[in-house]
Design a protein. Structure first.
Length: 76
């Protein structure tokens, strides 16, 4: 059985996922605005991962989500 090649910057993807999960926990505990800031950080990190991996879907989704969180912070 051959090994599966890892994508570069895999550690950044794992860190981004950890921040995203921590933000979801904070959201479930209603720790506003900390969870919104955590979501913005994790989605920005995922945008960077998407750029490094040249994955347009990751870049688009996480850029839009980051924008939504920023608008939500401004409006609230």
């Amino acid at each position: 059985m051959s090994e599966v090649a890892q994508k570069p910057y895999q550690w950044l993807a794992w860190l981004s996922s950890a921040v995203l999960i921590a933000s979801a926990v904070m959201a479930s505990l209603d720790l506003y605005p900390y969870y919104v800031i955590g979501f913005m950080i994790s989605n920005t990190m995922w945008t960077i991962v998407g750029l490094l991996w040249r994955e347009r879907s990751l870049v688009l989704m996480n850029t839009v989500l980051t924008g939504i969180y920023i608008i939500g912070m401004i409006v609230k």
